[in-house]
Design a protein around this ligand. Structure first.
Ligand code: UDP
Ligand code: MG
Length: 142
């Protein structure tokens, strides 16, 4: 069964005109973009989205950064989409990410690492619903 995951192109990557190149990586890997929208999060919205990290030392800086400019939110669909997207993204710290991954190619540092991707089916469902209504997502287009 095809799986869905939430992707975010973060403010640093949007500002550097990398939307097209990053979406291309998903398409080349066989993931379908079944929803997409450019949004600007308020600080409160960024704090809600990253609430799972509220006790981490980087929470304040991360949520300020994620609300600092427009982001491109999208839903990616395909076989094993969650894990596939995590592999295409690379490790959280761009310096540790494998060659040719998005974070290695375009990440700036461990915070400004170009992209977000859901890490499990439960978080994917919650994160997709955070940004998209069901009728804003197109079912598997060929
Ligand atoms: N982050 C950070 N410092 C850290 C770890 C994470 O600023 O030491 C930021 C980074 O932007 C990361 C986000 O917090 O993408 C969420 O962290 P997580 O551990 O969930 O990493 P991810 O799932 O994004 O790889
Ligand atoms: Mg994470």
């Amino acid at each position: 069964m095809a799986e869905r995951t939430l992707s975010i192109i973060k403010p640093d990557a949007v500002a550097r005109n990398l939307i097209g190149e990053i979406l291309r990586c998903f398409e080349v890997a066989g993931l379908k973009i079944v929803a997409a929208r450019l949004v600007r999060l308020s600080l409160e919205q960024a704090r809600a989205f990253y609430a799972v990290h509220k006790d981490r030392p980087f929470y304040g800086s991360l949520t300020e950064y994620m609300s600092s400019g427009p982001i491109l939110v999208s839903v990616l669909e395909g076989e094993g989409a969650i894990q596939k997207n995590r592999e295409i993204m690379g490790a959280t710290d761009p310096a540790q990410a494998a060659p040719a991954t998005i974070r290695r190619r375009w990440g700036t540092d461990v915070e400004k690492n170009a992209v977000h991707g859901s890490d499990a089916p439960e978080t994917a469902a919650w994160e997709i619903a955070f940004f998209f209504k069901p009728d804003e997502i197109q079912s598997a287009h060929k």
